[in-house]
Design a protein around this ligand. Structure first.
Ligand code: BGC
Length: 450
């Protein structure tokens, strides 16, 4: 079996402390590098010895190829300007084997908005809880500098008629509190349901960032709903969230007991299960397809086969994806999984978010796809979606694709906590990168270019 290392920040800190205890002087900024390099050096030495004593056919791990020429897959956080959303094409074209894997943010955002709107239409009799003629919703925003989060805020505002455009783009800023409808970043919408016209109002919205700086923070969302509900709770008819982590936190703290429909995104297993108990719905971003693609693109590059192998074209094991679950944008070097709405009508098909996608679950042959070593980080080890859905899927696909992956967990705030643990790229054959901030691609590629 393969040796999998899940290196948490805590473990790295312990190692770093041990390293410093031994050497006495070093600069703080290189602590993670020193510790993880030390830990990895011995395993690399063992591997090299093992490789030398076995077959010559197995390609050596790491060394032979320059780091700057090794495959790179950005995933989940697309290299882009966090203010304008403009893609960072330098990072996306770092070398000929560089790709991004994510999902179609706009298509998913539209689906989320339409799902909420449809719920309102289907529940015309009960939706306006206090009968004031205003359908009020609150919105939990994940990260104001992340294009996926921005798209979801826009999708909901567009579908509910609360969107305001600035320079042709829907405003995605949080409004704070807007119980009187005077906020500038949104407007009151109008919806006719059950033959009656209602005003739709975004009563409040906030970026859920904790005091240490972590975004998409579920605990912050739980606190926000407590504050909002205690001052204008009977006006809240719907709770919407940019993701399920925050959505479930609000559902558990308040809306389940109050029977207020709550909508999220990600189709994490706990959120899907909660649909039976009144969670309004969620969107599957097809993490089962994304996790596969994340590792598949580096696998193909390492094997020197056409990038479409096992993606649009069946591989020798029969793995293949169909165009209803993903699209490839060659100009953007990006694979995007397609989203599906998960509601009371179909949630039973989505109960296990960590199940691999059957059409791409066939084991590769180790003679043609030999074992390779991959460095992969999760920007925030505490992120609900990435830790409970994406990483478990990656860990299943890495076996199927014969990849030995070192999983590095970040704290969601400090890029250098992660880049410090990319201290010796020569030990790896490929890199799968999930940035803290989408502007920071160069801090990774600089390490690979040295
Ligand atoms: C997910 C969020 C997650 C974020 C992390 C998004 O695609 O929907 O739940 O927090 O990725 O980057």
């Amino acid at each position: 079996m393969k040796n999998k290392q899940v290196i948490s920040i805590a473990a790295a800190a312990v190692l770093a402390a041990a390293t410093f205890a031994g050497c006495g002087s070093s600069s703080g900024s290189s602590s993670g590098t020193a510790s993880s390099t030390a830990a990895q050096a011995s395993s690399t030495a063992d591997e090299a010895a093992a490789a030398a004593s076995t077959t010559e056919a197995a390609a050596p791990t790491g060394g032979a190829v320059a780091n700057k020429d090794k495959p790179v897959c950005w995933f989940n956080r697309q290299p882009s300007n966090s203010t304008t959303g403009e893609l960072d094409m330098t990072a996306l074209n770092f070398n000929k084997d560089t790709y991004y894997v994510g999902f179609d943010a706009n298509q998913g955002a539209e689906l989320q908005g339409q799902m909420v709107e449809k719920y309102i239409e289907d529940h015309a009799d009960t939706i306006d809880r206090n009968g004031d003629g205003v359908i009020g919703y609150v919105l939990a925003i994940g990260d104001i500098g992340h294009n996926d989060s921005i798209a979801r805020t826009r999708g909901v505002r567009k579908a509910l008629g609360t969107a305001v455009e600035t320079d042709g783009d829907i405003d995605a800023n949080p409004v704070g509190t807007n119980t009187d409808g005077s906020a500038k970043d949104v407007q009151d919408g109008k919806l006719t349901v059950g033959g009656k016209e209602y005003t739709v109002r975004e009563l409040a919205s906030q970026e859920m960032k904790n005091s240490a700086g972590a975004t998409w923070d579920a605990a912050t969302a739980g606190n926000a709903i407590s504050t909002w509900s205690s001052s204008f709770g009977d006006q809240i008819d719907i709770v919407v969230s940019n993701n399920d982590g925050m959505g479930m936190s609000m559902f558990n703290s308040w809306s389940q007991a109050e029977k207020v429909p709550t909508f999220g995104y990600d189709a994490n297993s706990d959120a899907v299960a909660a649909i039976a108990n009144g969670y309004g719905g969620t969107i599957s971003q097809h993490a089962d397809v994304q996790a596969y693609l994340t590792l598949r693109v580096v696998r193909n590059a390492l094997d020197g086969v056409d990038i479409d192998t096992g993606i649009g074209t069946a591989d020798a094991a029969g793995n293949v994806l169909t165009s209803d679950v993903y699209e490839y944008n060659a100009d953007q070097r990006s694979y995007y999984a397609l989203n599906v709405a998960v509601t009371a009508d179909n949630y039973q098909d989505f109960t296990d978010a960590t199940k691999t996608y059957a059409p791409v679950s066939n084991q590769l042959d180790a003679s043609t796809s030999p074992n390779k070593k991959v460095w992969l980080d999760i920007y925030n080890a505490a992120d609900n979606f990435l830790s409970s859905t994406y990483q478990p899927l990656l860990q299943k696909y890495d076996d199927l694709l014969n990849l030995d992956v070192d999983y590095i967990g970040g704290d969601g705030q400090t890029e250098s906590n992660i880049t410090n643990r990319l201290g010796n790229p020569s030990e790896y054959d490929a890199f799968c990168i999930n940035m803290v901030k989408t502007d920071n691609a160069a801090s990774y590629t600089a390490l690979l270019s040295q």
